[in-house]
Ligand binder design. Structure first.
Ligand code: 1HN
Length: 358
C-alpha cells in the first residue's frame, strides 16, 4: 500500500511546506509559470535614435565635458527604454556614439568586453590597438578585441564621431568584466595609413601569411584590426553586379579562418538599392543597425522606423524585421549571433506573406 499522501489545496501541512521551502531559500518548480514561456519573454524594445539628436548632444558634450580619467571616453550610450534605465541598447549589446574633439586624446585602457568602432564622421583620427596605430575614416570598421590595449588620438582640427558596439551586457551577465587603466603618457607617432595588422592580414584578397603574428594563437578574434570602407564598398558593388539583385550583404570575417571578427560579435554591411525590400525575418539574439548612408524604412513587428544617415536602431531578439529602401542605403549591423550559434541557440524564420499581414 502506498504511504504517499497528497495534500489538499487548503491543507495546513501544505502551507507549512511552502513556508519551510521559502525559509530554506528554495522554490518549487511547479509554482513558476513564467520559467518556460513558449517564446522568449523580451524586455528590450525596438527603438530608433536619430542622428540629429545623437550628433547634437555629442557635440554639446564635446564643448562642455572634457575627457578625463574615470570615464576615459566621451560616450553617450543608447539606453533602451525597455531595460529600466540600464545604459544598454539591447539585452546583450552596448551601443553608443563617441565624440573625439580636435587635438583630444582618449587615454589607454583595456577591458574584457570586446569593442568595435564604425566611423560616421571626421578624418585623421587613429586608435592605438596593442601598440599598432590604426587610422580611422568614415565607413571603416575598427576592432578592439577583448583585453587589447586601446587609446584614441585626434591630432586634427575637426571632431570625429563614431558608433561604438560592445558586448558589455553579455560579459556583465557572465560576471567576467575586468578593466585596467594604461599608462598616462601620450603615445605620439607618425601614423601609417596601413596598420601593421593590415600589412600582415589585408595584403591581398584571399592571401594570408603562412606564419605571422596570429599563427599558432588561439583563434579568438580576427588578427585584422581595420576593415576599410573602400573594400566594403567594392565588395557590395561587385555582389550587386554579379547577382543583378537590389540587395547585397557582406559579413566581416577573420581572414585566417572565416570566423566572425570577435567571439561575441558579428558585423555585417548591407546595401539596398532603391525599391529593394528584404524578407521579414525573426532571429534569436539582438542587433544594432547603424545607417551609414541613404534613406530606408525598417518595420519591426509592424512598427515603422524611418532610417537616415547616422540613425541607430535597436532590434530585440525574435522581432519580425524587414527593411525597404527609398534610396541607395548602406546599413552596418552588429549582433550577438556568434554566441547564439556557439551555444546551439540560434534560430531564424522567414515569415510568409500571410503571417506578415496578420
Ligand atoms: C570604451 O572603452 C570605449 O575605448 C568606448 O572607445 C565605449 C563603453 C563602455 C565601456 C568602455 C573606447 C565604451 C568603452
Amino acid at each position: 500500500m502506498s504511504t504517499r499522501r497528497f495534500a489538499a489545496p487548503d491543507d495546513p501541512a501544505l502551507d507549512q511546506l511552502y513556508a519551510d521551502v521559502a525559509e530554506a531559500d528554495l522554490q518549487p518548480l511547479w509554482t513558476q509559470e513564467a520559467l518556460m514561456p513558449g517564446a522568449p519573454p523580451i524586455a528590450d524594445v525596438a527603438y530608433l535614435w536619430k542622428w540629429k539628436t545623437l550628433r547634437g548632444l555629442a557635440e554639446s558634450a564635446g564643448s562642455l565635458v572634457p575627457i578625463d580619467r574615470g570615464g576615459d571616453r566621451r560616450v553617450l550610450s543608447l539606453s533602451n527604454p525597455g531595460l529600466g534605465g540600464l545604459p544598454y541598447a539591447t539585452t546583450t549589446l552596448w551601443g553608443a556614439v563617441q565624440y573625439l574633439g580636435p587635438h583630444e586624446v582618449a587615454p589607454a585602457h583595456h577591458h574584457t568586453p570586446a569593442a568595435l568602432r564604425f566611423v560616421l564622421e571626421g578624418e585623421g583620427v587613429w586608435t592605438l590597438v596593442d601598440g599598432d596605430p590604426v587610422s580611422m575614416s568614415p565607413g571603416d570598421l575598427v576592432l578592439t578585441p577583448s583585453w587589447r590595449w586601446h587609446e584614441h588620438h585626434n591630432p586634427g582640427d575637426t571632431p570625429m564621431l563614431w558608433f561604438d558596439g560592445l558586448d558589455i551586457p553579455l560579459v556583465r551577465a557572465l560576471d567576467a568584466v575586468f578593466f585596467e587603466s594604461g599608462p598616462d603618457e601620450m603615445t605620439n607617432r607618425a601614423v601609417d595609413p596601413v596598420s601593421g595588422s593590415e600589412q600582415w592580414y589585408a595584403g591581398a584578397p584571399g592571401l594570408v601569411p603562412v606564419s605571422g603574428p596570429a599563427a599558432g594563437a588561439p583563434p579568438m578574434h580576427s588578427p585584422l584590426m581595420a576593415y576599410r570602407w573602400l573594400d566594403t564598398d567594392r565588395a557590395l558593388a561587385a555582389q550587386l553586379a554579379v547577382t543583378g539583385r537590389l540587395d547585397a550583404a557582406v559579413r566581416f570575417s577573420d581572414p585566417t579562418s572565416g570566423a566572425d571578427v570577435m567571439p561575441t560579435l558579428r558585423c555585417e554591411m548591407h546595401r539596398l538599392l532603391p525599391g529593394a525590400r528584404t524578407a521579414t525575418t525573426r532571429r534569436t539574439g539582438s542587433s544594432i543597425w547603424v545607417t551609414f548612408r541613404g534613406a530606408a524604412r525598417a518595420v519591426v513587428d509592424g512598427q515603422p522606423f524611418e532610417l537616415e544617415a547616422g540613425d541607430m536602431l535597436a532590434l530585440p531578439s525574435w522581432a519580425a524585421f524587414e527593411v525597404s529602401a527609398h534610396e541607395t542605403t548602406d546599413l552596418f549591423r552588429v549582433c550577438d549571433t556568434p554566441v547564439l550559434e556557439a551555444l546551439g541557440l540560434y534560430r531564424e524564420t522567414t515569415l510568409a506573406q500571410q503571417e506578415e499581414l496578420s
